[in-house]
Write a protein that binds this ligand. Sequence first.
Ligand SMILES: C[S@@+](CC[C@H](N)C(=O)[O-])C[C@H]1O[C@@H](n2cnc3c(N)ncnc32)[C@H](O)[C@@H]1O
Length: 252
Amino acid sequence: MSYTYSDVDSTSDPAGAVEWQERVDRWPQVRAYKRRVLELMAQAERVLDVGCGPGGDVLAVGADRCVGLDRSLAMCRAAAAKGATACRADVHRLPFPDGRFAGLFADRVVQHVEDPDRALGEMVRVLRPGGRLVVADPDQETLVIHIPDVDQNLLDRVKTLRRDIGYRNGRLISSLPARLAALGLADVSVDPFPLSLTDPDDAFGLPGWPRLWRNQGGFSDGDLLEWERGVEGSRERGFLYSLIYFVVSAVR
Ligand SMILES: C[S@@+](CC[C@H](N)C(=O)[O-])C[C@H]1O[C@@H](n2cnc3c(N)ncnc32)[C@H](O)[C@@H]1O
């Protein structure tokens, strides 16, 4: 299974991954939850953006008090080209001493990592006592898809695969409040934000999912035809893709 944003530089098109990220980051509903992340970082004098991607959030927090970190060279270069400081490193081994930051956030990163417990442990380690951690991710359990003319059973099978194999940690965010409390963090808060899309071409590759997961889903030629014709016909006829992003915050 290949996960584009787990290892951007190994994909066939890292520049395309950077471009897609920048495009999604401009969507008003994505900007809405990012505003909440920024609000939560407002009081922190030294901030780390883990998995900073193309660096827009580093600049939004302020280049004078925020640095980014990403395991992808393509992402670090895109961030640097904008004037953001971004270091190339892996969240599982953060290259910082204990207690270095007053604020730390990870937007759509934990869903991609190999070992979420280790990644969270590292994030907490580099946060100073009293510092704030913010993690934002969608929960794929909340995914709603409607495509007129595609049978509900086929939709349900595809949604299950999106949740369970489309991401490494497709529904981990809902367990974050409990995980952060177990790590000893306090003042845990959860803010949900919806994302709704009405153009299937915006929906993260949805037109090609059954073909991509043909073996895992046991899809027949008939299923593929039904899906692809259904998606094509749904463009003007009520296509809907919707899910909830959660912004989870806690204090060390
Ligand atoms: C979906 S993108 C989000 C980027 C950025 N946070 C944003 O909101 O635009 C996920 C980012 O996490 C990075 N990433 C994935 N696994 C990582 C890891 N183990 N350590 C550091 N960065 C990682 C990817 O390279 C990618 O840039």
